[in-house]
Design a protein around this ligand. Structure first.
Ligand code: SAM
Length: 283
């Protein structure tokens, strides 16, 4: 999700607008988990004030608004990246969400204490400073007494195996430095420890591990999109990446077909079996 890379060379096959990619892919990945995570908290009422922290394209907001009897909730969203704030703003206007959005880091929220009934950071905190603790302190501060913090992290995201192999095979022995899933955040106990360090009482923290099958459609086109999205080296693309694009895509597909994380359905389309940790902490 980081946009701070050297974009001076971009392979013609790579689609560069991260928000657009993410808007396309997020619906099938992050949304299914937040929808299930929201089942662990008491039903929202009309007057609930909700925080969509690290809102991205607005997946959490959409999920909340699609739940029954949430007609009059108010949502305040923030993100660190202007591209996502703009994307969310456009969705807000187009769909008339009862929401506002601002460019604001999760580690330093401008909301006053005790503002929210619910604060959600869906697949966000592992990207924030000091392994999420400053952001959790802020979520604790802005929650009302009795309010719930919900945050999630990937435990198993099978797409990574193919990306890592393509990185090694097309970019030399050690590959380039690309994004990876943070190991610590795969452990439920780590999420619980973050919440505790953020100020939540140990006995008011629960962590669930959820598995979910997500449709990815055609494996080849998912491999292309995924390589554009996850295969970009931290230091930026190089010209060899353009030349090696199809080889990378072939390696990814080959790896995924061997992976227990991918399954082909009778209609020929593919699904990916993902696992995430979902933490609920009550103030
Ligand atoms: C994986 S996306 C998840 C987006 C959304 N919550 C969802 O469920 O689809 C992570 C989002 O967190 C944002 N983000 C990363 N670090 C952040 C920070 N320190 N403060 C606020 N937002 C941050 C990114 O810009 C991105 O929009």
């Amino acid at each position: 999700m980081d946009l701070e890379v050297d974009n001076s060379f971009i392979p013609k096959q790579a689609r560069i607008k991260n928000e657009d990619f993410y808007g396309e892919l997020a619906t099938s990945f992050t949304k299914v988990f937040i929808e299930r995570a929201l089942d662990f908290i008491p039903p929202l009422v009309d007057s609930s004030v909700i925080h969509d922290n690290g809102c991205g394209t607005g997946v959490v907001t959409q999920s909340i608004l699609s739940r029954p009897s949430t007609g009059k909730v108010t949502i305040k969203a923030n993100d660190l990246m202007q591209g996502y704030v703009d994307f969310y703003s456009a969705e807000l206007k187009a769909n008339q969400w009862p929401a506002e959005v601002s460019l604001m880091p999760a580690e330093k929220l401008s909301f006053v204490d005790n503002t929210f009934d619910l604060s959600v950071a869906n697949f966000v905190l592992f990207m924030t400073a000091d392994d999420g603790v400053p952001a959790l302190r802020e979520m604790y501060r802005v929650l009302k007494q009795g309010g719930a913090a919900v945050f999630t992290a990937w435990q198993y995201f099978p797409a990574m195996s193919g990306i890592e192999r393509a990185n090694d095979e097309t970019r030399g022995d050690d590959g380039a430095k690309i994004r990876s899933l943070p190991e610590d955040w795969k452990k439920p106990s780590f999420l619980a420890s973050r919440a505790e360090l953020g100020g939540f009482d140990q006995d008011k923290i629960t962590v669930h591990t959820l598995q979910q099958q997500v449709p990815v459609g055609d494996l080849g086109s998912f491999a292309r999109t995924s390589w554009s999205w996850l295969g970009r080296p931290e230091e930026g693309w190089c010209s060899d990446d353009e030349e090696n694009w199809e080889s990378a895509v072939a390696v990814i597909e080959q790896e995924w077909k061997k992976s227990p994380g991918f399954e082909q359905l009778d209609d020929g389309s593919w699904v990916m079996n993902c696992t995430a940790c979902v933490a609920i902490a009550i103030k």
